[in-house]
Design a binder for this molecule. Structure first.
Ligand code: NAD
Length: 425
């Protein structure tokens, strides 16, 4: 598979030809400001010493301090972190928040580490890069396998090293340490605001739209729940263990209850691998695999699990007319081309899931001005950001007859270059 940075460059080049960018513009958008890489030493509970590779890529800060998560994953590598840092810069620019792009990672498998060992990794990461982080420099956040509790350790370590309180140096914190209300629902809510705008410009009714969601974690569950409340028909839901399809509609709250009781979506109809065929027949429902959800009959497909799941192999079978990319990078470049030719409208990740970073921005603002906003205030502030980002992207796509992905890239690039030029870069 193409590496993530190659994919970024390919999209960048497509957008560059639309905007007529110069070689020096392209070079600026391909080159991180700084790549920080250190080995961190961890003493494990057994007394064994291990060296872990830690990275922080600070891609571009023309629009504001670097912003982006830190992932703890055995496969975290520099190419991936660099691509994700670049995409963060674009994402922040698309929603027009005054932040740049960064991303970090530590290459290890946290599943094989105790809580205490993971805390040591978190503190060592901050120790390694403490002079390059800060409320006005670079603001990390959670990402794959990092949590609000880990952000709390990182904040504590940073404040110990610098001897001052600085809660805005990191976001995604627990509420008691300055985290924001509404962060857990922000990504889903942001994506729903975007889908609602698209529905309205297309003159469609929510009740006529059938939705399939892959991934039933934080983002996928809340997206299904909110859309159900708005009257969309949720016809298929799947997680890593499989899923259910029912053309007459599923209630995400019922599915959530079953999943939380028995740790699987399919628990609504099955005990392990044994399913109640009578109940399935009565409800006209069917058990499907985790991947099958991508090709079921529906109008809107929401990948909200992993990257690279929509490929040239399954793209021709996709029935949805709209794909709302809540996951980061769910569509491979080859699939993207196939779907564009088929006329499928893809709302790209850098627009669709930008509600998450927008709410991290709100957390940063609250920490800086010493305020605490309610969830409804956060959502009130989120809506215009997402609506404006959709409208600008849609306008550009219509004007230039290009896909929304190309338009979102072009919009983000235009904004980053404008700020860079004003700084004389
Ligand atoms: P999560 O860990 O809470 O949930 C992930 C879900 O995906 C789980 O239900 C899991 O069972 C499911 N899953 C895993 N492998 C699967 C497979 N092969 N097939 C079907 N389902 C599978 O994660 P999340 O926070 O909901 O994030 C989901 C995606 O959204 C990720 O790509 C993430 O990068 C992206 N995203 C999330 C946020 C956020 O704020 N949560 C923000 C931006 C982007």
């Amino acid at each position: 598979m193409q590496n993530p940075f190659e994919f970024y460059k390919e999209n960048l080049e497509k957008a560059a030809s639309i905007l007529g960018l110069s070689l020096s513009d392209i070079q600026l958008l391909e080159t991180p400001d700084r790549i920080l890489q250190k080995e961190i030493l961890i003493v494990r509970d057994s007394g064994e010493e291990v060296m872990l590779q830690a990275f922080r890529v600070q891609f571009n800060n023309a629009r504001g301090p670097y912003k982006g998560g830190i992932r703890f994953h055995p496969k975290a590598d520099l190419d991936e972190v660099r691509a994700l840092a670049a995409l963060m810069a674009l994402k922040c620019a698309v929603v027009n928040i005054p932040l740049g792009g960064g991303k970090g990672g530590v290459a290890f498998d946290p599943k094989g580490y105790s809580k205490k060992e993971i805390e040591k990794v978190a503190r060592a990461f901050v120790g390694a890069f403490s002079n390059n982080l800060g409320v006005n420099i670079d603001i990390p956040a959670p990402d794959v396998y990092t949590t609000p509790e880990i952000m709390a350790f990182m904040l504590d370590e940073f404040e110990k090293i610098h001897g001052k309180s600085e809660p805005g140096m990191i976001t995604g914190k627990p509420l008691a340490l300055g985290g924001s209300e509404g962060r857990d629902t922000a990504t889903a809510q942001g994506a729903v605001y975007v889908l609602e705008e698209l529905r309205m410009v297309q003159g469609k009714e929510a009740k006529d739209l059938k939705v399939a969601v892959q991934g039933f974690g934080n983002a996928g569950y809340h997206a299904a729940r909110i859309l159900h409340t708005l009257g969309y028909q949720i016809v298929a839901l799947a997680d890593s263990k499989g899923g259910i399809v029912r053309q007459e509609g599923l209630n995400p709250l019922e599915v959530y209850a079953a999943k939380h009781e028995k740790d699987a979506i399919t628990a609504l109809y099955c005990e392990g691998s044994v399913c109640d065929t009578e109940k399935l027949a009565r409800d006209n429902a069917r058990i499907i695999s985790s991947d099958e959800v991508l090709t079921v009959e529906c109008d809107v497909l929401i990948p909200a699990a992993l990257d690279g799941v929509i490929t040239e192999l399954n793209a021709p079978q996709i029935k949805a007319g709209i794909i709302l990319e809540i996951a980061n990078g769910p569509t491979t470049p080859a699939a993207d081309t196939i779907l564009e030719e088929k006329g499928v409208l893809i709302v790209p990740d850098i627009l669709a899931n930008a509600g998450g970073v927008s709410t991290s921005y709100f957390e940063w603002v609250q920490n800086r001005i010493g305020e605490k906003w309610s969830e409804s205030t956060v959502h009130e502030k989120l809506k215009p950001l997402m609506v404006d980002a959709f409208t600008e992207t849609w306008k550009l796509a219509e004007e230039k007859h290009i896909s929304m992905r190309k338009a979102a890239f072009a919009l983000g690039i235009r904004r980053i270059l404008e700020s860079s030029r004003l700084r004389g870069r």
